[in-house]
Write a protein that binds this ligand. Sequence first.
Ligand code: HEC
Length: 262
Amino acid sequence: MKEESTKTKNKYLMAWYFLTIIIFYGVFKFGFPVIWMKIMGRDTLLPTPSTLMAWYMIMVVVCITVYITTSDLKIKCFVSLLVNNKSNSVLQSIIRIVILVIFPLWIGWMTFSSTSSSVASPTELRIQHPTLPQKFESLVNPFRHESEEKQLIAIEEGKILFQQNCRPCHGSKADGEGPWSNTFRLKPANFRDPGTIGTIVENYPVWRIQKGGPGLPDEATPWDSTMPPWEPDFTEDQIWKIIMGEYVTADVSPREPEVLHE
Ligand code: HEC
């Protein structure tokens, strides 16, 4: 009798199984970005990276599968929803149709649509250097008017800040080959490549460093950038130092701003 009641209680174990997976997915996908935003005191959401999402979900599926296989009774309850018998309720039949028909069809459709060729227009190209917002155009590097010695000190401080904060992605030689660089689809910029910081005026990186990937306009974001916004961590002076250190580390010079000669 006791076993019978456990059985009826757990009749929907399989439905609970899928529901748990969906709930955890929701927490990782939509809850974590908000929680991390609050913990880190940022004002933009901090989305969970897709590789991490995949790992979290694998762990969830493994854990609840292990839980279900801990007793024969649980395994029996787990499949009971799929077994046709006289005591089947309408809800049970609906869940059975979802699991046995709709779920496989959905997987089939996803596989089909991701592998079939389509007639969509060619993939958009990403614009690496969109127009600099007005606010940053008039900025001037305060250290350029200092004595040579003070400039050298600023560069040295900047190099250290660069190694401490930017190296994981941009690499110790600023060549974009940091230890994390291969984990991103859009690779961190290689500052030794003359097409990156060598073609822009010195105040352009101030914008990019303060606002990061989230601050980019639409034309630069078809491939989401992981470049973090550093505004909360560094003062403007520190950012100028980092930029000077960054150019020296990469062994390139910024583009000279155009001046009108009268
Ligand atoms: C989590 C990885 C990551 C970290 C850490 C990081 N960056 Fe980036 N950064 C990127 C990626 C990816 C790009 C290329 C996409 C883009 O332009 O947003 C980039 C682009 C840039 C650019 C634009 C270059 C150009 O030519 O458009 C600058 C400047 C830059 N980073 C500076 C820095 C500085 C300075 C630091 C340290 C304070 C830093 N980054 C830390 C990932 C990172």
